[in-house]
Design a protein around this ligand. Structure first.
Ligand code: C5P
Length: 261
């Protein structure tokens, strides 16, 4: 565990191109719609997230399509079941070529141990444990029986997951600094709930921040969906976010942690 000071201090590291730090969420209803969006973003973005909506509609076909075109894929299936079922699901999707795969840290220690074991071969995606959904506010969390603050719960789940050997986490931009401090520099921190500077409204997201704020707080990678996919010009919207990431990075305050995907 690192001290607050050590965790906040910039460390020398190779610069990471902003396109390696932005994942576009393809929350779209079909492979056709997803491929149209990817065509628009080709040459600007290199990471795409396939979540439940698209995966349930198109399955592995869309993942294979993205991999064949040279993109990296984050498979956001948010697995949450008994250990045997989660481990089997991980083995089943391991051959898709996805680089990242989510499971819920709330599934607990035994589930995460089984998951780490199932993902222990070289072709398997790197696991990310989802802490508390970015759409939940303090009242939502309290209503599920958690009386601690959101940050305390996020940090508790982050430590539990990292202690078991899960290499990465998903958390909101509002807790990323606390998580980084708690788990150190090596964890891959993937951060949704990002809304570009100047964007009006946050849709169903409750705990949001700008790309620059998320990066400066210690995020490794950002996930952005609707601000890009619903823009009149998606490539322009993505380019503006990449510029904001680049500016935050060149401010000199930024650590580039969790590399080596
Ligand atoms: O459109 P928007 O930028 O809000 O999309 C965020 C994406 O990140 C969605 O695909 C959502 O499923 C995902 N996500 C999230 N919060 C988490 C984990 C994943 O918003 N805690």
């Amino acid at each position: 565990m690192e001290s607050a000071q050590a965790a906040a201090a910039p460390r020398p590291s190779e610069p990471v191109p902003p396109a390696d730090r932005l994942i576009v969420a393809l929350d779209l209803p079909s492979a056709t719609a997803a491929i149209e969006m990817v065509d628009e973003l080709q040459g600007v973005c290199r990471w795409f997230k396939v979540g439940m909506e698209l995966y349930y509609a198109a399955g592995n076909t869309v993942v294979t399509h993205l991999r064949d075109r040279g993109f990296d894929v984050f498979l956001d299936l948010k697995l949450h079941d008994i250990p045997n079922t989660v481990a089997a699901a991980i083995r089943t999707v391991s051959s898709t070529g996805a680089s990242l795969l989510t499971l819920h840290a709330a599934g607990g220690e035994k589930m995460m141990r089984a998951a780490v074991q199932a993902a222990s071969h070289p072709e398997a995606p790197r696991l990310l444990a989802v802490t508390v959904l970015t759409s939940m506010d303090a009242a939502d969390l309290n209503a599920t029986g958690v009386s601690d603050s959101t940050e305390a719960q996020v940090v508790r789940l982050a430590k539990l997951a990292c202690g078991i050997g899960v290499p990465g986490l998903v958390c909101s931009p509002q807790e990323v600094a606390a998580v980084r401090q708690a788990v150190g520099q090596d964890a891959l921190l993937v951060v949704p709930g990002v809304r570009p500077t100047g964007e009006q409204g946050s849709d169903d997201q409750a705990r949001v921040a700008t790309p620059a704020q998320a990066i400066a707080s210690g995020a490794s990678m950002l996930v952005v969906g609707r601000p890009i996919t619903r823009a009149t010009e998606p490539a322009k919207a993505a380019a503006a976010i990449l510029e904001e990431i680049g500016r935050a990075e060149s401010s000199g305050q930024v650590v580039v942690p969790g590399r080596g995907i």
